[in-house]
Design a protein around this ligand. Structure first.
Ligand SMILES: CC(=O)N[C@@H](CCC[C@H](N)C(=O)O)C(=O)O
Length: 370
């Protein structure tokens, strides 16, 4: 099984697709799932996602396990022989490993009926625009509603063989942030006849650093990152338009509103001082990942009976739409060590594939011990 899972991970790694475009991924997963022993399985699809119910021997409760299935708009630079075949797309957040681990655990449950019912959720669009909330809202899970739910995420900075979690908040509240600036273009030699959006957008990026430093309670944690800045066409022309793309992260769900209010105020100020128009779009928003105390304790206990090491985690500013599932269903998320010198969302992320087995071991230990 170990070699088979590594091959699956490599196959999936080569076909990364963006949120709600995961057609090849869905077909690959379905093909695999349909070849498992079907006696205790039921399969449903929802958009590009898949849900598989395994009927347990004693169905007193249903445990959900969720994996994300989408890739990122990043060009891979690992140089691996099984590099992405999709130009400008990469599994740079480990969803290829997450899916493989889910298939490994599902295979074990299909071959040996678990005690409790299981629902494996292969969820699209975690990186954006978010698949968890529309999936919950669609009602597709209604008949198979889990009593508890869990998920994992790879952790490049942790050694293989380590799992890590914590009770309470694990991941932040997030909101995407898109700003479009509209001014007046013109010749580089005549700035007084133009409204330069390179200057306006740059000023905005610099000024907004003050929001976390000066507008938020220092006892709260927040981050605003602009990850993409676009403006202009040529070196000797003043740019008429600019676009900033970023993300807001806070530990407290209320603090997101405070940050947004100050972004809007700064935008209004810039509209006056730079005589331009700025439109703001918050894209998708994710609710914090908040782990249930008792489930994390049960996970720790289950891990104690395995070859793995449990480490207490710190909260992180990462976002995850799995937070919406945890808002409705008690459960937890845990980190899985994959020991990569490059981190999440890096074009050279190279998780150690030995971690796949550790992931399957951790998931099965929880399913069998809980
Ligand atoms: C685990 C992880 O890296 N998740 C993503 C989630 C992205 C949410 C959304 N697109 C945003 O950027 O706000 C992350 O970037 O943390």
């Amino acid at each position: 099984m170990e070699d088979k899972l590594i091959q699956i991970r490599r196959d999936l790694h080569q076909i990364p697709e963006l949120g709600f475009q995961e057609e090849k991924t869905q077909a690959y997963l379905l093909e695999y799932i349909q070849h498992l022993p079907q006696e205790h399985l039921q399969i449903k699809t929802w958009r590009t996602g898949i849900m598989v119910k395994v009927t347990g021997a004693e169905g007193a409760k249903t445990i959900g396990f969720r994996t994300d299935i989408d890739g990122l708009p990043i060009s891979e630079e690992t140089g691996l022989p099984f590099e992405s075949q999709h130009e400008g797309r990469m599994h740079a957040c480990g969803h290829d490993l997450h899916m493989t681990i889910a298939l490994g655990a599902l295979t074990a449950c299909a071959k040996k009926q678990p005690h409790y019912n299981m629902v494996f959720i292969f969820q699209p669009a975690e990186e954006g625009p978010g698949g968890a909330l529309p999936l919950l809202e669609s009602g597709v899970l209604k008949e198979w509603w889990p009593d508890e739910i869990f998920a994992l995420h790879i952790a490049p900075e942790l050694p293989v063989g380590t799992v890590s979690s914590r009770a309470g908040i694990l991941f932040a509240n997030t909101s995407e942030l898109f700003l479009d600036f509209k001014g007046k273009g013109g010749h580089a030699a005549y700035p007084h006849l133009t409204k330069d959006m390179v200057v306006a957008a740059s000023t905005f990026v610099t000024n907004m650093q003050g929001i976390v430093a000066r507008n938020l309670d220092p006892l709260q944690s927040a981050v605003i990152t602009i990850g993409k800045m676009e403006s202009g066409f040529v070196q000797n022309t003043i740019a008429e338009n600019a676009r900033l793309e970023g993300t807001i992260r806070t530990m407290d769900p209320e603090a997101i509103a405070v940050v947004k209010q100050h972004i809007e105020q700064q935008a209004k100020g810039l509209e006056i001082s730079h005589d331009c128009q700025i439109s703001i779009d918050y894209g998708s928003n994710y609710y914090q990942v908040y782990n249930d105390n008792t489930k994390v304790e049960a996970f720790q206990k289950a891990i104690a009976g395995t070859s793995l090491t449990y480490k207490e985690a710190n909260p992180a500013m990462t976002g995850e739409d799995f937070g919406y599932m945890l808002k409705e269903i008690p459960g937890f998320m845990f980190w899985l060590g994959v020991n990569s010198p490059y981190g999440l969302h890096h074009s050279k992320l190279t998780p150690d594939e030995q971690a796949i087995n550790c992931g399957v071991e951790a998931v099965l230990a929880y399913i069998n011990e809980s």
